[in-house]
Design a protein around this ligand. Sequence first.
Ligand code: SF4
Length: 377
Amino acid sequence: MNSSPELDWQRSVFYPATVLVEEAAADYPLTRSILSRLKNTQVVTVKRPAGDDFSSLSRLYSPRTTLFLALHRGRFLKACPGTAESYRCCLYQILHLGLGCNIGCSYCVLQGYLNNPFITQFVNLDDAFAELDEELAKPGVFYRIGTGEFTDSLFMDPLTNLAPRLIDYFGGCKNAILELKTKSVAISSLLDYPGEIGETVVSWSLNAPAVTAREEGLAASIEERLQAAARCRERGFRIGLHFDPLLYFPGWEEGYRQTVAEIFKYLKGSDIIWISIGAFRFMPQVKEVLRENHCQSNITAGEFIRGLDGKQRYFSAIRRRLYRFLVDEIKSYAPEVFIYFCMEDQYLWQDTFGYAPADNIELGHWLDKCCYRYAGS
Ligand code: SF4
């Protein structure tokens, strides 16, 4: 297996030019430790905008270069928004510790959802851990929990040093696994983690190299991500991979073939706990925002159908071609790897794999079993 000692682990890390600190968040330890790591950064204390209307703040401070440190006042643990019964969802839980990131993928769904345009870090971590304590005390439930749905799990880790704290916490859990999902290579705190790693999965989102170059802003290259994955595997982390969004574009077969070949230059099948696949989909209202923010991108050109969850999707014949191709490529290197679809219907499961989960609960159990199997290896 290849791994490169020369990789720049600081690449794609976010260092803000300005930090806005919500008044009520000023005295929290995480606020103080983030500010202590920043040099030459403007720090401004602000009141939480009434009605969470950030428009005046965003006229004064650029959302691209500003970090907002704030309190989170709702639930930290949320069910992943798998919205329609007709598509299989794996019943994942999101640990909501921050919002947004600086990587700037053209397809990022957050563009259409957030009224807060600033990259935001919630600093009331004790409240998050207290909520986790309460939730994880429920008997007979296994939790797969990730921090990388509303943000990238690691792009700011050199500032927040959150990953080691989360690994500490989940290392002591018998009924939960943590997944850190990223497109960065900010893995220093993972490699330097001093203790037993426990049940932590580090996952990289992957795509065809041309998609990465054109649509994924400041993200690390595919080779860099896989070099980072190999280093994390050497350190004992489980590795997850996510092909989401899978895009249909001229040359897609060669592009995805290259990425799959690259995976197995750096990892063995037995290093990988799971690979998810999800074809490109978006809420109709995201289309205009995406075109405005990323005028060079043409990923929303072409024909889409409106799915049962209201999202625009490729026609099923296109999804079928994408899935069959990618699954066959992966299986040709590692037939044992568990592959699943994120938000896909029964028919395409059946068509691609020859089997399908009866419902979301069954799919959830399949992923839970990957965790047990891995824990026993
Ligand atoms: S890395 Fe994730 S959160 Fe960040 S811009 Fe890309 S899709 Fe959005």
